[in-house]
Write a protein that binds this ligand. Structure first.
Ligand code: NAD
Ligand code: GLY
Length: 396
């Protein structure tokens, strides 16, 4: 199977790195790690029991065969464990294992594991190197790339963290074969987000891929790929790998231009545009106590709200909004919104506002691939409320 490689070129700075995308890569992760870390050392593998049970042994064996001494720290599975408490436990483990500044952390798992492992790597001994091996679709196309690391706290999600770029990212698409279907849908929603803000070409590629594959059979194809090399299967998996690589390339381009999400940058290439769809998504997650939606699913609905609002503000035409609706329809079922109170959701928008010196910055669209950052004083409240009400009724 073809390998794809994306360079996250941070202006030639030493922390530029490669993202390798392919299938069946885990068994060679040891030699990849040697290349990224320029030699071998001690590594702390951070994972959780769900992922470790599937892939841990293969990764540990490959690292050991390549000369690494491997320590393993398993955090509990779930967003609520992306916390200071878990980070402290990991740091204690690292200190007791006497990891030094030349050692490294390897994250094996989804965004929760990756964010926490990256965070402890960022702060242990003021920063040691780390590698990302993402195993969810969302973490492959989004969280493993770009160097945002962190934990949740009583003040809110992801508010404690650090920018710390990995020294390399290995995306093995075959790990998606064990991923629950809703997690696939969540990752696909983040890919549609990238398509919407990147341009027609990526959105078209995403739309065509989603229309051409049956997601259930894609998952069984991923499972069977080693034993059955039929052409259709290869085409679907190649299509998915290409799409994942295109998404990473887009994210890498944005990160290159605005690595630390400068608050002054409000251009259409600000890193903030990656938050397209997130205003409604965060509010929906908040009013359902972070228990009802997968983050990506909420983003799927958030994309449609932002697009519809853009249309109501005469920024974006109906054709583009319909196109986005067509693509989102094919990501798979999104949770129904019955019993969700529009006023409460509207109130929850303020939560995002608090963190931005009092004004809410929404990412809207002037068309596909034309994101624009608009502050809430330019969005009439009545218009936003009307759009929200209409969509909540439609999605109930
Ligand atoms: P997750 O890490 O919770 O993974 C979802 C579930 O899938 C978990 O139960 C996990 O154990 C399981 N899983 C992972 N890989 C599997 C596999 N191959 N087979 C079977 N099960 C598997 O969720 P996620 O969606 O990957 O990540 C969400 C997190 O990412 C959030 O904390 C979010 O804040 C963060 N995030 C960070 C960034 C960033 O730039 N750093 C960007 C987007 C999201
Ligand atoms: N996921 C948003 C960012 O990386 O900036």
């Amino acid at each position: 199977m073809r390998m794809r490689s994306v360079n996250v070129d941070l202006g030639g700075r030493p922390h530029s790195y490669l993202v390798e995308v392919g299938s069946g890569l885990l068994s060679s992760c040891g030699s990849w790690a040697r290349k990224c870390l320029k030699g071998n050392c001690r590594v702390l593998l951070v994972s959780n029991p769900t992922v470790f049970k599937q892939y841990g042994e293969e990764v540990v064996c490959s690292l050991a065969e390549s000369g690494f001494t491997v320590e393993t720290f398993l955090m509990s599975d779930g967003e609520r464990f992306k916390s200071m408490k878990t980070a402290e436990a990991a740091l204690k483990f690292m200190a007791e294992a006497r990891l030094t500044r030349t050692d490294a952390v390897v994250a094996l798992g989804g965004g929760v594991v990756g964010d926490l492992a990256g965070f402890v790597a960022a702060i242990y001994l003021r920063g040691i190197r780390f590698l990302q091996i993402p195993t969810t679709l969302l973490s492959m196309v989004d969280s493993s790339v770009g160097g945002k690391t962190g934990v949740n706290s009583a003040f809110g999600k992801n508010l404690i963290g650090a920018f710390h770029q990995p020294s390399g990212v290995m995306v093995d698409v075959s790990t998606l074969s064990t991923l629950p279907e809703r997690e696939i849908t969540a990752g696909l929603c983040e890919m549609v987000k990238h398509g919407a803000i990147s341009g027609r070409s990526l959105l078209k590629q995403t739309g065509e891929f989603l229309a051409s594959v049956d997601r259930r059979s894609l998952i069984s194809d991923l499972k069977d790929q080693v034993s059955d090399g039929s052409k259709t299967r290869k085409a679907a998996i190649n299509g998915l790998s290409d799409l994942i690589a295109e998404n990473i390339a887009f994210k890498a381009k944005i990160v290159t231009g605005d690595e630390r999400e400068s608050s002054k940058n409000i251009s259409s290439r600000s890193r903030k545009i990656l938050n397209f769809g997130h205003t409604l998504a965060h509010a929906l997650e908040k009013v359902t106590s972070y228990r009802y939606f997968k983050h990506g699913e909420a983003v799927g609905l958030g994309i449609l709200f932002a697009a519809e609002l853009s249309k109501s503000l005469a920024l974006c035409d109906e054709k583009d909004v319909n196109l986005l609706n067509d693509v989102v329809r094919n990501v798979g079922p999104l949770p129904a919104l019955a019993n969700i109170d529009g006023d409460e959701v509207f109130e929850a928008f303020k939560f995002d506002k608090k963190h931005l010196s009092g004004s809410l910055q929404m990412i809207l669209l002037k068309g596909i691939g034309k994101p624009v950052i608009v502050t809430d004083e330019h969005i009439p409240r009545a218009t936003a409320q009307k759009v929200l009400k209409k969509l909540l009724q439609k999605w109930a």
